[in-house]
Design a protein around this ligand. Sequence first.
Ligand SMILES: Cc1ncc(COP(=O)(O)O)c(C=O)c1O
Ligand SMILES: N[C@@H](CCOP(=O)(O)O)C(=O)O
Length: 469
Amino acid sequence: MRYISTRGRAAPRDFEGVLLAGLAEDGGLFLPETWPALSTAEWRALRGLPYAELSARLIHPFCGDALPFEALRAMTGAAYARFGHPAVAPLIQLDHRTFALELFHGPTLAFKDLAMQLLGPLFDHALARRGERVTIVGATSGDTGSAAIEACRDREALDVVILHPLGRTSEVQRRQMTTVLSPNIRNFAVEGDFDTCQDLVKGMFNDAPFRTEQRLAAVNSINWARIAAQIPYYAYAALALGAPDRPVAFSVPTGNFGNVFAAWAARRMGLPVARLIVGANRNDILARFLAANDMSVRGVEASLSPSMDIQVSSNFERLLFELLDRDPAATEAQMLRFREEGRMPVPNAAWRRATTLFRGFTLDDDATLAEIRRLKDTAGYLADPHTAIGTAAARALAPEDPGVPVVVAATAHPAKFPDAVEKATGARPPLPPALADLYGREERYAVLAPDLAEVEAGVRAHTRRNVAA
Ligand SMILES: Cc1ncc(COP(=O)(O)O)c(C=O)c1O
Ligand SMILES: N[C@@H](CCOP(=O)(O)O)C(=O)O
């Protein structure tokens, strides 16, 4: 399997190449040159498989010769054995046609663990084979950071630097990152929002000498391997509900567009997906795009669903490339204009194509609290604020055909956002036993200005220290 950049000017790579490269050198994102597709009979043959087996079978077509199937199967087996539920990603029925796909039974209680627990061993495998080490730089609005840190801590060939927006995550999210004191981990709190952090990460990748010197790698969903590892849970849910002989819809609380793009990729592989519902908080750029082709940045605002406090969604570029019939020059022109002007006039034909599958939905904080309360009252279900946006979106925008079930990506455990959940329901969700002492642990992080030179200096100081150690 070969991968090409959405901007067309970076050399194509194999799976291992894109795993280690992260962002393409031309600033674009990697995508498979051709999409693997399964026939109806092949999808049927996957029904009833355990999660680890299903994920190995669906991810392997993206790996090609770079990784033998048995090696990948051993990795998925070990990764998902760590999860706190035997189904790994259980499906919970909320009403007659709505289901929550719980993606938060991994070690850091958010959907990021599904991919990140696999990324750690994938990095190890590739780096051991090459005799190399890398510096991982990542940006987080709260969940990617802790999942990456948990997956990469104490791994010999990895140094990790995570940027989070100062004061803009929940306290549980921050502590999950900053209390990990492993010598290969470094946390920076940046005076800015998530978009600032993500921009700094891309700035480091686009600084070619620094990128080479530090041998940078990515754990954000700019890394194709993240998306590939998020595809199987959509198939797992759909197969359980009757696919490929029954279509399903997904409602996905969305920020960086990686999770819903993985659902789009599952559909591209032949899974019958009738609709993709994109849920947003007041940072509603994607909902405005889908409603009225208004892709314009208005500045990130803080909300009760901080992981979705994002305006510049990295993975939108992957969808845009597909909507523009894989025209890299047109994609690059759009992205450069978006960066310069903060708005992107997507050609009408491409926008209309997007709206045949995607619907956008926005929920403010008060309505999010009301939805958390409603779920508790009607289904006895405790949802975190991100998931609640997904369930409200599912009710509002379910397909007209009542025979199509709607699966909501339940992206985080309610205990990660105890203040919001308590405010909505009066009940404070306790942390699971493995994190029960989180508030008593020592924290370590440095506060940095949103300045590329300062951040690069911080990364250098971290990796030098590790080289010396
Ligand atoms: C709990 C939670 N829900 C939803 C999202 C949005 O997902 P994505 O960034 O893949 O769109 C995130 C962040 O990624 C998250 O942490
Ligand atoms: N919501 C994310 C933001 C980064 O998303 P990613 O999927 O690109 O890693 C977070 O919680 O950090």
